[in-house]
Design a protein around this ligand. Sequence first.
Ligand code: FAD
Length: 408
Amino acid sequence: MESIGEHEPVVVIGAGQAGFSVASKLRDFGHAGPITLVGNEAQPPYQRPPLSKAYLLGEMTADRLYLRPVEFYRQKSIDLRLSSHVESIDRTKREATLEDGSKLPYSRLVLATGARPRLLPAVIGGALDGIYYVRNLADIDAMSAEFGAGRRVLVVGGGYIGLEAAAVAAKLGLSVTLIEAAPRILQRVAARETSDYFRRLHLDRAVDVREGVGLKTLVGKKRVTGAVLSDGTEFPIDFVIAGIGVDPNIELAVGCDLEVENGVKVDGHCRTSDPTILAAGDCASFPWGGGRIRLESVGNAIDQAESAAMTIVGKERVYDAKPWFWSDQFDVKLQIAGLSAGYEKVVVRPGQGAAVSFWYYRGPVLLAVDAMNDPRAYMVAKRLVDAGRSPDPSLVSDPAVDLRSLLS
Ligand code: FAD
């Protein structure tokens, strides 16, 4: 499909990281036509990562989360519509309809609708008061009043979100129990070595980490007062934080008959099954390594959004994802380069002091690296993984080998 004329309208649905990035990149690439960025949250686009880190800890104010101050959108002639929910898309008329009935005509539409947390089912007490999720600024503002020292929190889910929330709660003096139904925390995303590392970190800081045990039910009349686990243990709690994964927001795509497959299905140019509609960020699944994946990371949201903007202005480039991620827990910064799925072995590289990195290989191929408090290992690993280069594991594991020599 041809690129659009520079004065034709673009509508971006979802004012998160990906939506912001598409809109601002379109201006950078010289698109002069109307751009409308519609988001159903009250705040201008903001960073989510600090929500479970510095912001939850009270070390960051809300305005510092904003990707740009509101004047930016005026300066760039981006029509930012906040607290506005898009109800439906009419592909024949090429218009999006907002909750208030107003219509937004488009030549190109971008779905940047993100993802939303999976909820604890009502049958196990999920509808009680005192249960929180970690997705939006409003979620964090609602839960922060619960964070008094000595209060008892149950964290459900030992993924990055649950572990980060548990770390903040423990730092603030709460009594924290974290449960993970899988045999180990981080099982879905990391090797045993990384799980062992973070289990130790949390146990040493008095987080009661229980693995291989699920939530049977929450107890309480109106508000949660206790929990019963799948192993029969029962204990009192003051509130719950659930981090049990997210689902992509695909309803708009389904409603207008776009193809979906673990998210809105896009091609390498971020086009959905309707080439006038593109998608990027947490809501989109894209071709990768002969299959299809959906990534939930800031880096993906930014880069895929840039590719979508390029497609719109006719600077076509296949989106070549270079995954990276990070997590902060207590005094540890974890940095991840690449995707470890399908790894066969893990090579341990000791760093200086308590720093360490785990290098994931499939056969001779380096897939990914988890670096704990080791920014140098991360930087070298990222360059290697991005370039598709695989150093000999015996060199990686030898602390006498200078990491930078692996790049030459
Ligand atoms: P979102 O940020 O979810 O934005 C989508 C927006 O669209 C939302 O505001 C949503 O409400 C809105 N929307 C949806 N449907 C409609 C509609 N119909 N009409 C109008 N608006 C709509 N990534 C990292 O790389 N490193 C980290 O350390 C990290 N930490 C994280 C910590 C937390 C607590 C969370 C929640 C995420 C974290 N992530 C991290 C993931 C990262 O923040 C996401 O991958 C990224 O925000 C995805 O951006 P997005 O624009 O695709 O989606």
